[in-house]
Write a protein that binds this ligand. Structure first.
Ligand SMILES: [Zn+2]
Length: 194
């Protein structure tokens, strides 16, 4: 379980910000973990803003929705730079599905953290081919805290860190849930990879 670093009660200006990244395959509970951290900050009456890429329209536009339907209000944005304009005076910035932003998100995360904010990002670390999902490698490198969460392999019940695509599509971004993907362990992923 991730334990929040001491954040203290200093003003935003005096505070040292930092970056947390939650990564893993589909069905690994990334969004649930993001929501858990954001809710705890909200309970502590910290100012929290939550963003997600406008491309992710699977569910409601305004909510970060995890698979257990534990939702939290969020703002869909087209570009990473929009977050800078909207994050304003908040203390905690949450970003879901962060793998769908371009590499500008790396500079944005650095700027936010340098201005004293706690930045928590959740995203897929690998695509359906098992390759690193840009810009996650860069985000993992600049983060103070990295949490990799795992799913259960839907084929053998082992520890899963891959998102196996059941269809033949070679498109990198193909939104869709249970019907299009399975969480797989390394062995089961590479055995059936097309
Ligand atoms: Zn397996």
């Amino acid at each position: 379980m991730f334990i929040e670093p001491s954040i203290g009660k200093n003003t935003l200006k005096e505070k040292a910000g930092h970056i947390e990244v939650i990564c893993g395959s589909m069905f690994s509970g990334k969004t649930e973990e993001l929501i858990r951290r954001l809710n705890r900050a909200l309970i502590a009456k910290q100012k929290v803003e939550i963003f997600k890429p406008a491309v992710d329209k699977r569910y409601h536009d305004m909510d970060v929705v995890s698979h257990n339907e534990n939702a939290i209000r969020s703002t869909p944005v087209q570009f990473a730079d929009d977050i800078m304009l909207l994050a304003g005076n908040c203390e905690v910035v949450g970003i879901d599905e962060v793998q769908f932003f371009d590499t500008q998100i790396v500079n944005l995360a650095i700027s936010l953290a340098n201005s004293g904010k706690r930045v928590i990002m959740a995203g897929l670390d690998m695509d359906f081919a098992g390759s690193p999902f840009e810009p996650m490698p860069q985000l993992l490198a600049i983060a103070e805290y990295v949490t990799k969460v795992h799913a259960i392999c839907m084929k053998c019940g082992g520890l899963a860190s891959y998102s196996f695509r059941l269809s033949d599509s070679k498109q990198k971004v193909m939104l869709g849930e249970k019907e299009s993907y399975e969480a797989r362990c390394r062995k089961c992923f590479y055995e059936d990879k097309k």
